[in-house]
Structures are given as structure tokens and as C-alpha cells.
Design a protein around this ligand. Structure first.
Ligand code: NI
Length: 652
């Protein structure tokens, strides 16, 4: 691999001046330094690619003890793949001592995530292939440039051929554009899948299926294709003449009584650290770390060419690598603070991603209101919320990840789904039981978007427990003669297996994270409530091959003892993992989880039964969850929010 001498020279001067805090993501100069150290110690070469480089977050105890301007460790974890040796490694690079401190091979058969460069190299390999060219000829396709090649992770299904063994692979689906800027998904070529060896970067084989006709309609979505755009919308300007109410210092954000740090990894994208709330001068911790750590999108089409469509967009691709550079006035409106984060490609070149994360305030309707009709007293408060977000484009889909902070002590995570649905073709008059016809002869298969949040609670201290609350009616009888009674039953989870739970609307189920050693003035342990939103179980069978890797989706809630090594719900390397890893594996030990440092995993699914209105570009669908104070404060913490400036009789 080519490391330019420039990079090495620049990186001699770096490190300490950049990182202000142990949790700061690696700065550009630190990434360059990491690459230079790896090169110097002969861990790079022509055949070696860099799958990722990220900060190794220091131990909780070190972060908590950290004092401004005191020295701290800076370590990078580099995941390297040697194409020649067909082997991958984790290298730990110590940026203070400027050396590689350890190199560990990945277990045999396990693959690092797909690298961005591999997608385009894979496409080129497909285009070079005589098998591809012959297949196009057979289908009467004369202009190969109009074929849209879409590589998908190959997974591991137990149906691999002998030639696949030990091979890093992608499976490329093909679509045919009607013109260079056409929406390729309008014309799926269902009849061919190219299987590509990423070590050799060449096509292993073509899988051919019955040739289906192409759907007749184009589905262009760019502005030049949309006639008669609406002209009747008057402008809305968000004006904050005195500036925003938040302050940003490095990666630390303070807003109202909230304080947190902004992080970013190539895998998860946005990460929030050390979230706390200033309660009457006391800084009370709530969450040590919060991120969406994994997701999987299983498709319900059982056909041979499609049953492997189950992208793990975080573990197999990396949402940080796919993050957008956001545009003011389009992606975000108002007075925006943008965070830039650097990305490193597989060749070790570091480039900044500007405007990766957007921070701004929003008016969010009313916060609280009451009118006493007897006395005429009337009070209303506007809700201001702080929004921090990023958006990733994963092939056909866009995912927006939003975290909101509210003045009543609540936190909310919201995911916005948009983009273009993946499609298959239908013959005239044909329908599919496994999808919906969304345009003539165009089928959008049923699928689910399943996300896993990893929350490391620190509710008033490191040792927390989780309690499940189910509301249940009391049978009519002597203690409930009129049949109206119901109770909220609390169950404390003491071990991992007890805490493997699903949502239940029949009991209005929710979960409380409590600190057993800190009581509120009413004598109950202080807590925060995990409020589920839209959710459903996975609809793939428990014995489906994908569930070996996606086993984390079998429950909506998991609680584990906190371990910095247990970071991702499907494990560290879901790409082609033969047996699967992550939550189902770790929790076999059935460890103790009460009154200790824990991680709370919330898994939530959007079930996508497509509509014609989701085509050609799907309007945003939203889902997520809340994390709301439940006995954490003595009363509503939103009472001291000042009334809005009066613009009419009602506000004063
Ligand atoms: Ni969808």
C-alpha cells in the first residue's frame, strides 16, 4: 500500500495538542499517525487494507478520574485485512508511545466489515467479467454502462459452495437503468447474481435464474424529472437573533441543564457519552454511553437469489463510513452547530467528513399547560428541545439517527427511514405473497428494519438495576368488587436470562432503570424509564440461518453486566460469521445484573409492508424510544421554564 512520505512527515508533529478529552474520537492527525506507525512497523503492505481505525475508549474509571489538562492514554484499534494471506488482524496502536502494542489475528472464517473501496472495486470486477458480459448479451442488454451493480454482504447460511469456503465475498444484484441517471431500482434484473471474491477481486461465478421481464415504468426522482412542482409554499425562517442556547466546547455540549460529549465511530456513527443533568447545582449522571450499535434488515422473499438479503448495516458496513455531509437549510434548519469527523479509507488516506453531525434547537410545541377556570390563572410553556443527529446512506436506503433532549429531563432516540426500496420484478398479472406491487410489475418485498440501541446507564451512579413494569387488571372479587382495579406490577431482573424480554402492549410494559442505593424523597430508588415505541418481533423463523447472526433480534430487551468488550449486539464481526456472536452468546453465562454496572440493550423493529406511496422515494417513517425520568426528580423538572414572550393575551 502507498503511504505518502508527506503523511509520515506531518504525523511526526502530532497527537497531544489535538485531543482535549479521553473520549474525543481520533483526530485526523491521530489517524494519520496510526497509519504511519502501522506502516513503520511493517503491518501494512501492498495487499493489506484497513477496514477501520477507531479510538479504544479508555476504561470508565480513567474517564471519570480525568482532570482537564492532565495526560491520558490514546490508543487506536486498527482492523487490517491481508488479501494475499487471506487473514485479518486487530492491531492496537499506542499513540502516546508511538508503537504497535499488540496484533491479534481474527478467528478463522470471520471477516472484517465490508470496506467502502471494496464496493466500487467489486463493481469493477463484475464489469470486467466475461460471465457478466455474456449474461448481458443473453438478455439483450447492449449498454453495460446502464447496468447498476449493487453488492450485498454475502452472510453465512450453510448453503455456501465449496468454492466459497474461506473466501471473503459479496453478492452483486443487478438493475438496468433506462438512461444514465435513471432510478435503477425501477428495473430489477432478477435473473442474475454475481458472486465476487474480494481477496482476488474477481467474479467466482454467476448464478442465473429464470429471466423476468423488466417493469415498464421509469421512476426518476431528481428535481429535473418532476414537472409542476408546487409553488404555493411561503418561506419559514428559523431565526435565533441572540444565537442558540447551547454551548459547545470541543466535543462537549451544554444546553439548559444537560451536559454530554459527542463521539463518532466509523461503525456506529454518532455516539453520546457521559450524559448528565444539572439538578439544582448537582451534576447527576444518567447515561455513560448511548449509541445505536447494530441493525439488520431481513427481507422476506424466500427465492434462491434473495433469501440472503439481510444486511447488517452497522456491523457489516459501518454507518459512520456512510454518513452524509449535511447541508444547512436542507438537512437541518435553524442555527446549527456542525461537528466534523475524519474518516480513513482502506488505503489509509484520511479525509474529513464535514458537517457529519448536526446540533440545533427546535421549538417542539407545548411543554406544559393549565388553566384554572375558577381563578382564571393560565400558564403555558413552550417546549424547546435539543436535537443532535446524523444521516447515513446505505445503498438504496437513508437512515437518520436523532437524539433529542427535553426540558423535562427526557431523552428520546428517533430513527428516520427514507430512500428507495429494494425491488424485484413481476411478470404481467403476477403478484408475490412476499411483497407488494408498488408500481406496475414492480414488487417491493416485505422486510423489517431492526435496530439495537446499547445504553450504558449511570443513573445517579455506576451501579444500576432494571425493573420490568406490567399493568394488569385485578379480577373482580372481594378486594375489587366493581372490577375497576388494576396494578402496576414490578419485577426486578437479577440475571441475564430473566432480562430477555419482549414488548407487550397488553400490559403496557415498560422498564425502569433504577439505582438501588439512591432513594428519592418518597423512598423509592431513583430511576429512568425506558419507554418503547413502535416495535414488533422478527418474522423470520427462529431456526432461519440468518438468526445465528441476528439472534439479538429475538428479544426487545437484554441486560448484561457492563463490559467494554461487549460492544455490538451481533458481536464484533457479524460479516460472514459462521456461528454468530453477541448477545445470545454472552448471556449464556446468565451473569448477575442487579445493583452492578450494566448495559441495557433495546431492540426495536420497523415492519415494512410497502405501499405504492413509498415509491419512488419513501417519505420518512419514524420509530424509536424514550428514556424519561421516573422518580429521578422530586417533581416536574420543567416548572422553572420561563413563559414565552407574550405575543397575545394568553401568554401573560
Ligand atoms: Ni423499509
Amino acid at each position: 500500500m502507498a503511504i505518502s512520505t508527506d503523511v509520515r512527515e506531518i504525523s511526526e508533529q502530532v497527537i497531544a495538542p489535538f485531543a482535549k478529552h479521553p473520549l474525543d474520537p481520533l483526530y485526523s492527525a491521530e489517524l494519520e499517525e496510526t497509519v504511519a506507525i502501522l506502516a513503520r512497523e511493517n503491518h501494512l503492505g501492498d495487499n493489506v487494507r484497513i477496514a477501520s481505525i477507531n479510538l479504544i475508549e479508555p476504561a470508565k474509571s480513567l474517564v471519570e478520574k480525568h482532570q482537564p489538562r492532565s495526560p491520558f492514554e490514546r490508543k487506536a484499534l486498527a482492523v487490517l485485512m491481508d488479501r494475499g494471506k487471506r487473514a485479518s488482524y486487530e492491531a492496537v496502536v499506542d499513540l502516546v508511545n508511538k508503537s504497535v502494542s499488540s496484533v491479534t489475528p481474527l478467528p478463522s472464517g470471520v471477516q472484517p466489515s465490508v470496506m467502502l473501496d471494496e464496493f466500487s472495486e467489486c463493481e469493477q470486477a463484475v464489469r470486467r467479467s466475461p460471465l457478466f458480459q455474456a449474461a448481458l448479451k443473453k438478455r439483450g442488454v447492449t449498454d453495460a454502462d446502464l447496468v447498476m451493480v449493487e453488492p450485498w454482504s454475502a452472510g453465512m447460511y450453510g448453503t455456501e459452495l465449496p468454492e466459497d469456503k474461506g473466501v471473503r465475498r459479496l453478492r452483486a444484484l443487478c438493475f438496468l437503468r433506462s438512461e444514465p441517471k435513471d432510478n435503477g431500482y425501477a428495473r430489477p434484473m432478477d435473473s442474475m447474481v454475481m458472486v465476487v471474491d474480494l481477496y482476488e477481486m474477481k467474479v467466482i461465478r454467476i448464478e442465473e435464474y429464470p429471466i423476468a421481464p423488466l417493469p415498464p415504468e421509469p421512476a426518476n426522482w431528481a428535481r429535473e424529472y418532476i414537472p409542476n412542482m408546487r409553488k404555493d409554499l411561503k418561506p419559514v425562517d428559523i431565526v435565533q437573533p441572540e444565537g442558540p442556547s447551547f454551548t459547545v466546547e470541543g466535543n462537549q455540549v451544554e444546553w439548559q441543564k444537560w451536559k454530554f460529549r459527542v463521539g463518532f465511530t466509523s461503525r456506529e456513527g454518532l455516539v453520546l457519552h457521559t450524559i448528565s443533568y444539572n439538578d439544582d447545582g448537582v451534576e447527576r449522571p444518567i447515561l455513560y454511553r448511548a449509541s445505536i450499535c447494530e441493525m439488520v434488515v431481513p427481507y422476506g422473499d424466500p427465492r434462491e437469489q434473495y433469501y440472503r438479503k439481510n444486511a447488517f448495516d452497522i456491523g457489516e458496513y459501518g454507518l459512520g463510513m456512510l454518513a452524509n455531509s449535511l447541508a444547512l437549510g436542507c438537512d437541518c434548519l435553524g442555527v446549527i452547530h456542525y461537528f466534523d469527523f475524519p474518516l480513513v479509507n482502506s488505503h489509509g488516506n484520511v479525509t474529513p467528513l464535514t458537517n457529519a453531525v448536526c446540533l440545533h434547537e427546535e421549538d417542539f410545541g407545548i411543554l406544559w399547560k393549565h388553566t384554572d377556570w375558577r381563578t382564571g390563572q393560565s400558564e403555558v410553556r413552550r417546549s424547546r428541545r435539543l436535537s443532535i443527529s446524523f444521516i447515513a446512506t446505505v445503498g438504496n436506503y437513508e437512515y437518520g439517527f436523532y437524539w433529542y433532549f427535553y426540558q423535562d429531563g427526557s431523552i428520546q432516540c428517533e430513527i428516520k427511514l427514507t430512500g428507495i426500496m429494494n425491488t424485484t420484478a413481476l411478470a404481467p398479472g403476477e403478484t408475490s405473497p412476499y411483497g407488494m406491487e408498488v408500481a406496475p410489475q414492480l414488487n417491493a418485498p416485505f422486510h423489517q428494519h431492526i435496530f439495537a440501541a446499547r445504553l450504558v446507564p449511570s443513573v445517579d451512579g455506576p451501579n444500576n438495576s432494571v425493573v420490568e413494569v406490567n399493568s394488569v387488571g385485578v379480577p373482580t372479587g372481594p378486594s375489587n368488587p366493581h372490577g375497576n382495579a388494576f396494578v402496576a406490577e414490578e419485577t426486578l431482573f437479577t440475571t441475564e436470562k430473566e432480562a430477555q424480554r419482549r414488548v407487550n402492549s397488553a400490559t403496557a410494559r415498560f422498564w425502569r432503570v433504577v439505582n438501588p442505593s439512591k432513594k428519592n424523597r418518597l423512598g423509592r430508588p431513583v430511576g429512568y424509564r425506558l419507554v418503547p415505541g413502535e416495535n414488533c418481533p422478527p418474522f423470520v423463523q427462529p431456526d432461519a440461518a440468518v438468526m445465528r447472526r441476528a439472534g439479538f433480534t429475538s428479544n426487545h430487551v437484554w441486560v448484561t453486566p457492563y463490559s467494554p468488550q461487549e460492544r455490538y449486539a451481533a458481536g464484533e464481526y457479524p460479516n460472514q460469521h459462521p456461528t454468530g456472536d453477541g448477545l445470545p452468546n454472552w448471556t449464556k453465562a446468565n451473569r448477575k445484573i442487579d445493583d452492578t454496572e450494566i448495559a441495557l440493550w433495546y431492540v426495536f423493529a420497523h415492519n415494512h409492508v410497502p405501499r405504492p406511496e413509498d415509491w419512488p422515494v419513501m417519505p420518512v417513517s419514524m420509530l424509536g424510544f424514550g428514556f424519561r425520568p421516573d422518580g429521578f426528580f422530586e417533581r416536574s423538572p420543567a416548572m422553572d421554564v420561563a413563559p414565552p414572550p407574550a405575543k397575545s393575551e394568553c401568554c401573560h
